[in-house]
Design a protein around this ligand. Sequence first.
Ligand code: PMP
Length: 410
Amino acid sequence: MFDYAGFFADRIDGLRTTGQYRTFVQIERLAGSFPRALHHRPDGPREVTVWCSNDHLGMGQHPAVLAAMRAVLDASGAAAGGSRNISGTTPHHVALEREMADLHGKESALVFITGYAANDAALYVLGRTLPDCAFFSDRLNHASMIMAMRASGAERHVFAHNDPADLNRKLCAVRPGRPKVVAFESVYSMDGDMAPMAELCAVAQRHGALVYVDEAHTVGMYGPEGAGLAARLGVADEVTVLMGTFAKGYGTAGGYLAGPGPVVDAVRSLAPAFIFTLSMPPALAAGALASVRHLRASGTEREQLHERAALLKSLLRQAGIPLVSEESHIVPVLVGDAHQCRRLAHVLLERHGLYAQPINHPSVARGTERLRINPSPVHRPADVHHFADVLDREWRALGLPRTKAAVRVA
Ligand code: PMP
């Protein structure tokens, strides 16, 4: 008989040896005091400062968001009680979809329980439904995009990261009349670098391709009213379908698509990841809507986000601590070794109460292990200085290499 448990125990041992075994830190954020949180340990909770949250604007504790969620929770209960098709469509879902379509200047929008599901649903339906579809996918696209393109069974061409010339070459090799989908992200979650969106869109357009952009790391945080990087660069109309999440800039949870009515409608009617799962809880839809509306009206959080990120990057640059890129609000500190990365994260947390989760393979390539630091408006400038000082000291203690300038590893 096959020893299933023994087989997986060996696999897990292998992951421990390579430093890839995942352990979770128990963190309880303290609403009203972000970025402070309780780190739950065997000997009891201890207050720490979180440096790796995707709640980039601190909206997860915003009074307007919490009030909207509480009101709907009290009025409608914990969950919608079904899928969108079967009793799970509330006025909160409909209002949120209208808002997202309006924010992005698209005909239609569709809300999902996660951003992962939004990518999964959309790319699966495009690949499965368009006749003889060919995908053109950036090499560093998120796992949710890759898995959906693969599952659709459509042909997939991977172009070099952020490389419009390579995209052009790959598109040239495919018959002109064939349906094509060019899929990329606007800001890359692990490297923090930005896509040359105007150039990629222009190449795609020349070849008559549908442009699909994952703006998970930009909505709420970039562009007029937080409409994202395409909006900031003035190429929103060049993007056919935009994907976003409420789990990062908007500080809540859920994902969405915005695009032409018939395309969004096809996803609504055909995507297993939309049809066969629960509807977003209505209180969450109301919280996400409050967050989106707030960030359309207020630019303060966006300004502070970029100020804090600029401050941290300049302090780390002066200290010669290598960064994977310096282009966005994501500050990826390149450690380059899984064990050292874990050690560094461990001393930051245990000695200094600074929580930054190590990012290892398979999230990033081996040899590019890193701490991805996410400064935000809820980190005061004094917090940023303190973090940079401590990182500098512990970097030295671990004998990690310094650099004169930021290095690119992607
Ligand atoms: N796309 C990208 C680029 C992401 O980084 C993530 C989250 N890590 C997702 C999609 C999935 O979003 P969500 O967390 O809402 O499922």
